[in-house]
Design a protein around this ligand. Structure first.
Ligand SMILES: NC(=O)c1ccc[n+]([C@@H]2O[C@H](COP(=O)([O-])OP(=O)(O)OC[C@H]3O[C@@H](n4cnc5c(N)ncnc54)[C@H](O)[C@@H]3O)[C@@H](O)[C@H]2O)c1
Length: 343
């Protein structure tokens, strides 16, 4: 493809995940990374150099970047801490850019409404980066469910356990509900094709008390038609765990069961004094210096829908639905009360 016809992409936030977004645009034949932005100048320069972005295309301020390179930027990935998602999305939308917005799409329902309004007003596309919607295991599970292979859903169960490092990195700007459980909330709404009417959650705060974050949360979601969902999330696993993230998703139906055992990546390394390692080969593995996995597929989908003038598989309305449930669960845990959800 002619370089000039490629989708011009900018990434705001060049932390752990933003650098992977940037790589995905660089490695996609339909897009090219044209600008980078991070408020931390040292990180911006170090990461941009590796990504092949010249100094004049590096910015510490996203407004300046969007203004200076307006002609070249078609799409923007927003990969900053949650508190910045809304204001950056509004600014990019105002300038007519299509947006790939990290989850959670923002922090409040009011912010979500402002984003949805801006998407409509400026006629742009906005995709929320729920990468598990692009994971072949979940896609296959949902396809089998839709074909009626396990009958009607009775229960949905999700486990998502992370190492303590997540409490240090993501606990600084988010929490277990908005950062972690939200993936499974989105999956449950997507699988059930229904929205929960009642939620209840409890959290515990002992091991990570000094970090001011919950160690673990347990959530119950009651859907119409008698479906019950349950989410068990934590970031208390020791750093020595074979994998930084263990997860499972189980759907029990009237005629069978579907289980996505995400912690089993299909590759076990039993080697040297570090013991057993289960490296990521599905979410965002880098192999032979190329990004593979769900994030690559998600960015690829975003680039394709922009190139073909289509709508994303997961947009701001789905982002807001998952956010509404996560916020209500959080409130339930703080009040120790069962709460209703109105839609
Ligand atoms: N979809 C997923 O599976 C997934 C996985 C990991 C992270 N995320 C999301 O990505 C976002 C970032 O996470 P991360 O792990 O990369 O965090 P991080 O802390 O590693 O990176 C955040 C970056 O944003 C920069 N930043 C902060 N304020 C800024 C500003 N005003 N302007 C420009 N840059 C600014 C920071 O300097 C930092 O480099 C979070 O919302 C997180 O939930 C999603």
């Amino acid at each position: 493809m002619n370089e000039r016809r490629k989708i011009g992409a900018a990434v705001i936030g060049l932390g752990n995940f933003g650098q992977l977004h940037a790589r995905a645009y660089n490695e996609n034949p339909k897009s090219r990374l044209v600008a980078t932005c991070d408020s931390d100048a040292r990180r911006l320069n170090a990461a941009s150099k590796k990504l092949g972005i010249r100094a004049r295309r590096r910015f510490t301020d996203h407004v300046e970047m969007l203004k200076d390179l307006d002609d070249e930027i078609d799409v923007v990935s927003i990969v900053t801490p949650d508190a910045y998602h809304c204001k950056m999305a509004l600014e990019a939308a105002r300038r007519g850019k299509d947006i790939l917005l990290e989850k959670p799409m923002c922090r409040t329902l009011d912010e979500a409404d402002r984003i949805i309004e801006a998407v409509r007003k400026y006629k742009i596309r906005l995709m929320v980066d729920f990468i598990l919607r692009f994971d072949p295991r979940y896609l296959k599970a949902r396809e089998n469910l839709s074909r009626g292979e396990i009958g009607k859903i009775a229960t949905l169960f999700a486990r998502r356990h992370g190492v303590r490092q997540f409490a240090r990195t993501h606990g600084k700007f988010s929490d277990l509900f908005l950062s972690t459980a939200i993936h499974d909330i989105d999956l449950m709404l997507w699988f059930a094709c229904l929205k929960p009417t009642t939620v209840y959650a409890e959290g515990t705060r002992e091991i990570l008390r000094s970090k001011r974050v919950d160690d673990a949360i347990f959530c119950i979601l009651k859907f119409p038609n008698g479906i019950i969902g349950s989410i068990d999330a934590n970031w208390t696993l020791p750093e020595s765990s074979p994998s930084p993230l263990e997860s499972e998703f189980r759907v029990v139906g009237s005629r069978g069961v579907i289980n996505v055992a995400s912690q089993d990546q299909g590759l076990w390394q039993i080697a040297n004094e570090q013991g057993l390692k289960v490296p990521d080969v599905t979410f965002w593995p880098v192999v032979e210096d190329k990004l593979l996995g769900d994030l690559k597929t998600a960015v690829g989908h975003f680039v394709t829908i922009v190139a073909e003038n289509k709508q994303p598989l997961v947009g701001p309305v789905e982002g807001k639905n998952a956010l509404r449930v996560a916020l209500r669960l959080k409130e339930s845990a703080s009040k120790h009360q069962v709460l209703n959800l109105s839609w």
